[in-house]
Design a protein. Sequence first.
Lengths: 421, 421, 150, 150
Amino acid sequence: MNSTTVKKGVRDATVSRFDPGTVRSDFPALSVTVKGKPLVYLDNAATTHKPASVIEAITQFYSAENSNVHRGVHHLSELATEKFEESRRKVQRFLNATESSEIIFVRGTTEGINLAAQSYGGTVLRNGDNVVISAMEHHSNIVPWQIVCDRVGASLRVIPINRKGELLQEEFERLLDERTKIVALTHISNALGTVNPVQEMIRTAHDRKIPVLIDGAQAVAHGHVDVQELDCDFYAFSSHKMFGPTGIGVLYGKKELLESMPPYQGGGDMIKSVSFSKTMYADLPHKFEAGTPHIAGAIGLGAAIDYIGELAMEEVALHERRLVQDLTDALTDLPGVQIIGTATNKAGVVSFTIDGIHPHDIGTILNEDGIAVRTGQHCAQPVMDFFGIPATARASVALYNTTKDIQDLVAGVRHVQKVFH
Amino acid sequence: MNSTTVKKGVRDATVSRFDPGTVRSDFPALSVTVKGKPLVYLDNAATTHKPASVIEAITQFYSAENSNVHRGVHHLSELATEKFEESRRKVQRFLNATESSEIIFVRGTTEGINLAAQSYGGTVLRNGDNVVISAMEHHSNIVPWQIVCDRVGASLRVIPINRKGELLQEEFERLLDERTKIVALTHISNALGTVNPVQEMIRTAHDRKIPVLIDGAQAVAHGHVDVQELDCDFYAFSSHKMFGPTGIGVLYGKKELLESMPPYQGGGDMIKSVSFSKTMYADLPHKFEAGTPHIAGAIGLGAAIDYIGELAMEEVALHERRLVQDLTDALTDLPGVQIIGTATNKAGVVSFTIDGIHPHDIGTILNEDGIAVRTGQHCAQPVMDFFGIPATARASVALYNTTKDIQDLVAGVRHVQKVFH
Amino acid sequence: MSDLRSLYQEIILDHNKNPRNFGVLDDANRVIEGYNPLCGDRYTIYLKLEDDVIQEIKFSGVGCAISKASASVMTTVLKGKTVPEAEAWFEKFHALVTHPSGEDADGASLGKLAAFAGVSEFPARVKCATLAWHSLKGALRSSATSVSTE
Amino acid sequence: MSDLRSLYQEIILDHNKNPRNFGVLDDANRVIEGYNPLCGDRYTIYLKLEDDVIQEIKFSGVGCAISKASASVMTTVLKGKTVPEAEAWFEKFHALVTHPSGEDADGASLGKLAAFAGVSEFPARVKCATLAWHSLKGALRSSATSVSTE
Ligand SMILES: Cc1ncc(COP(=O)(O)O)c(C=O)c1O
Ligand SMILES: Cc1ncc(COP(=O)(O)O)c(C=O)c1O
């Protein structure tokens, strides 16, 4: 990024190595217009836009490298295999995993958690055991555990939150016991923006020899993740929320855990040998990747990691924190507006409500101004129940958002209030 | 397609509405060169190339329509949802399904069969029951059933084949009994090219009230599929084998069956309401589509269906049958070459071996001539065991292959024999 | 802005703020819950049906301005109507909010419902506008206790 | 064609057609199976190891020309060698087939193994060339009974 251009997005452009004004031009979708107005995209927690380099990597694959992987000796197949496995190594470096065989390609966070819940949870959980999750989990980190708990007769224990939207750490410790077989926690809450102290919580669980899965869906686009430093046992994320294509994501797992687990799906590429009486499964990571994988998706995710790798992620995180703070300050100043989720450590997300105006109506009116926010329960119904609200409007930022986007949103909120008098 | 241009690919160009010479230019990857020679791509059973219109649909999505689906009121989200659901309706029409809610988007054939095996098989199968499959199934239609059978104590029964690679129908009828809970059959064998008489076999099973899953991975690119006419209960296929993107595929299921089945994965979008004590699942098809789907993939698959829809598929099938026949005739004439799979009704695939030369070496040498074939067991190890061979070389055609491709392959096989004297 | 005003007409904002027939109907003989899982809108419709006539109708619940105003206006329109009349109103209303404005809708005959004509320009909001109506239809037809538009 | 000839050298074609030391070794004290699930190649290596010296070595199984010739040549090279010598040969061979031709490989010292120099131009075939060698290494090191290259 050009460090000398002075742009609105960075207050102190002279010392910054990251310029959101400049990166915007890398994302073709940011230049569409909505209702005749330039798009103000603040729905990044749902999905992010893709830089041209990611789109180009996909086009290049389908146009000149397309082939199936792993089983061919011909040129295109070797090329596709090499690119696919190179993406796995990129993910390994991105997460700082010990080995590339710890990187399992899945459809997304949801499938990653389902894989862990079925294959790991389904194996270790017995009648009377429990799984500890938190009150701010996305449905994707609730329902898979409910399903496996129901099957084996285990129960779900829920770490409560306070009114700021922070996990109660003493309660967490109290919930852990010798029947706790796994803890599953979100790194950053998609509904509240809370950044959980996962490293400390992992240590607490590990002191009791309990493994921990981290739902990283909202974390990977906003800062550096190091699975060895965290020492988490599983880490799941989605490509589409970090500037990569849809239909691909990752479940990282510690090698010894993955090796101990039975396969999740059966099919091609995940076996060593098959006969009708006996099947031997392949080594990691292939044991967990049955069938033709989303080859173009993995390659696109690799390109997204390359893209992020060129940016100074600490600067990005700082920039986003400023946007979140500015938006929080401006909305707090507006009468009748409540911020939902006021944790001390927040990233990416500002959820809010407006007195007497349903979030659905907020979303519709903002859309008329070209502003995209998400409205609803954000797949976190228990959070809504806790705060006693049906839904929120949620603005969520990514590295390409600018102070102007925030100003436009604040003006939009005023407009919403005006429409409803 | 232009019906007046005379091209090599069609013998009787004056009456044809389909011209493989012309369609070639729709597929960018067909013009790459390998080892300095123009690519001769005969590995279509592994994956097909993509027409420019499919690549363009994906680029267009990521560049100007990118958004998450189902939960947004803003413009891009509505657009993405509409395009995603429009693709579902395209699949519905493509398969002639009764309702679009019978179309479940999955990663591919493998995941589709795993879904059916776990959710349907896992629910109906009891200790002592059995599942009937055939001796020519792909691992993807063996291992998922083995896994569920192992779990519940059911057994796998295998319809044997004859030396031509045809299913023994009398044996099939003999295998069915009151403990048979499902029959799972491939429509077309990827290893042998055999087209199974699935419609008759479905009728036989239905006479005994046994539902049937059809693995359509090798069928959808080669001719018209009508699930109502077949009356199959499930039908699975992969987009990447029918000119669409990777990472997406379909499980069709009859509505009453799908409604009776528990969800497969848990997460966002597949629920009506969630609390920590109780979760209500969404209606079809969403019950089976947890998490953010592969939106760009579904849209790309829709574009592939549009592409196929513009061609006369009966002509395509005829054209491919001619290529398969020509190749079979030419290889049969070569001393030392054996065709594996000589069923009366074949489509798409010609598997062969050469005396004294391992298929792996055949593949390497053909690749030097720019010819891409697959060599190995084709994820059908039981078929290899039956014929007592370690592997085969497999040439598989798609609509864009021409007589010249077949001639090049035959010349390539001679070359292989020359290298080994 | 004109688009927005056509959606959020005064009458809709008014019914949203001051919903009519809002609350529980104690002697209802048909009760049905309508739910839109996409946005969390959730209403209960209470009917007192006698001799095929809607003697009483009330609703309770939460949701957006469109869904709430639609439920409110619906109750005012349907009170005292016969079941066939109510079903005819359902069809009229459905046509109004799903068809490009004006085409099928006969403004004059629609009365207060005409305020919802703007919804057809907002496809994502059609489900909001019809939630209460779909629930009503369920209540008239059957003994189902829950309806969802998704 | 010249690339191909560098892969399928006469010596390789010869060992493929007439593998040396092919068959079961009845008095073997180490037996290991090597398997490449990608192409189905499967070999068993039989060793008679005495006082750290490979007294006898044979192999059986099926696979492509490269893997079979490699196994065959390996047996001829290693008969009578000590375990450390065999491991040194493994390293030399591995370097030869994985490094761009000539760079690390010292043709003169390699003898018959030099015939496999062309493999490095065919990355997909490296696993074929090294399957028997990886199995051998497994057999020398441990009592494992199966090795797979994938
Ligand atoms: C007959 C058959 N079934 C299933 C599959 C598996 O398809 P996928 O790998 O796309 O899941 C294939 C393709 O390899 C196949 O040919
Ligand atoms: C915290 C969190 N977990 C899980 C998910 C599910 O991700 P996906 O839908 O990509 O599977 C999301 C995104 O919606 C999320 O924000």
